[in-house]
Design a protein around this ligand. Structure first.
Ligand code: A3P
Length: 320
């Protein structure tokens, strides 16, 4: 691996960007910490999307791990039968790496032939980048597909604070930790924020080009996983056959990727996901419940986030 965007060049570019709270720099309308931004720039400059690529896009804590596991299992179901699935032995983030956080981590440039890390039938790649930060080959010049998973922002926020505590970024679940992240969320200056633009960008793209971008909700995925899995397979060009339906192939995939199953696998109990931040594998699995925010957020915090969502989405006229 070589690094083409030399340190001094990056430094010069970084210096010119608007900053917030010392740690965050604004680039193409979104906020990034420096190590992540190095990966973003390297990805934009060097990643060449292929027609068969699948890009999974999410905000952190929207259900990325689940989306990665399901997509990997759907796409590779002929190559890896469930009893031999790599998902039984490796964390989903290691099988479906993030572009800016793993593959182009801190500006490194991987060999293009090494991007199919799990040796699957197609390259399945993850990103937390907002739509406007994807590269030209992803958006325009290749036929690759994008699946976006969105989740109720109150649950995303609640999940995020737990995640940061589990990884030692915040010391505990005290009020200070919640307030710290809340202000950044509401200002739009948390990593990959503002969240409203993140969601809007992919929603608009999915309306404009439904064959390119599939927009899913975590809540819908929880309530009717089977329909969503079938929809994903169709969108990705690998629908389940009648025989597969009779053999309960969809049910097998759902069971394999369930929170209970993944959480209890040895490979997801230990180690870290090897991204730019050494987050624990286990920290990606918690409760996976809809509306868990009600157990943690005070009415005033919930109200603040809800009215922000309402304001931002009413402005856009989008129906979410
Ligand atoms: P909670 O903290 O609300 O439980 P991400 O994968 O984007 O980091 O999101 C993590 C959230 O998704 C956590 O939510 C986690 O419990 C939930 N999650 C992880 N794996 C899941 C699965 N297989 N099914 C449903 N939810 C899952």
């Amino acid at each position: 691996m070589e690094n083409k965007f030399e340190d001094d060049q990056f430094h010069e570019f970084y210096q010119k960007l608007p900053k917030k709270r010392q740690l965050f720099a604004q680039y193409r309308g979104s906020w990034f910490m420096e190590p992540v931004l190095r990966g973003v720039v390297a990805f934009q400059q060097h990643f060449e999307a292929q027609d068969s690529d699948i890009i999974l896009a999410t905000m952190p804590k929207a259900g990325t791990t689940w989306l990665k596991a399901l997509t990997f299992a759907i796409v590779n179901r002929h190559k890896f039968p469930i009893s031999e699935s790599p998902l039984l032995f490796q964390n989903p983030h290691l099988l479906v790496p993030f572009l800016e956080l793993h593959l182009y981590k801190e500006g490194q440039i991987p060999d293009p032939n090494s991007l199919n890390v799990a040796g699957g039938e197609r390259r399945v790649l993850g990103t937390h980048l907002p739509y406007q930060c994807l590269s030209e080959t992803v958006l325009d010049t290749s036929g690759c597909r994008i699946v976006y998973l969105c989740r109720n922002i109150l649950d995303v926020f609640t999940s995020y604070v737990h995640f940061l505590v589990k990884n030692g970024v915040y010391p505990d679940l005290s009020q200070k930790s919640w307030e710290n992240l809340l202000d950044a969320f509401c200002e739009g200056t948390n990593q990959y924020g503002p969240f409203w633009d993140h969601i809007k960008g992919y929603k608009e793209a999915s309306l404009k080009n439904p064959n390119k971008v599939l927009f899913l909700h975590y809540e819908e995925l929880k309530k009717d996983t089977k329909s969503c899995v079938k929809k994903m397979a169709e969108f990705l060009g690998c629908p389940f056959s009648t025989q597969e339906e009779e053999d309960e192939s969809v049910e097998g995939i759902i069971k394999l990727c369930s929170l209970e199953n993944l959480k209890n696998l040895e490979c997801n109990k230990h180690g870290d996901t090897g991204s730019v931040y050494s987050f624990k594998c286990s920290s990606h699995f918690r409760k996976g419940e809809i509306g868990d925010w009600a157990n943690f957020l005070t009415p005033s915090v919930a109200e603040r986030l809800e009215s922000l969502m309402k304001e931002k989405f009413e402005e856009s006229g989008l129906d979410l």
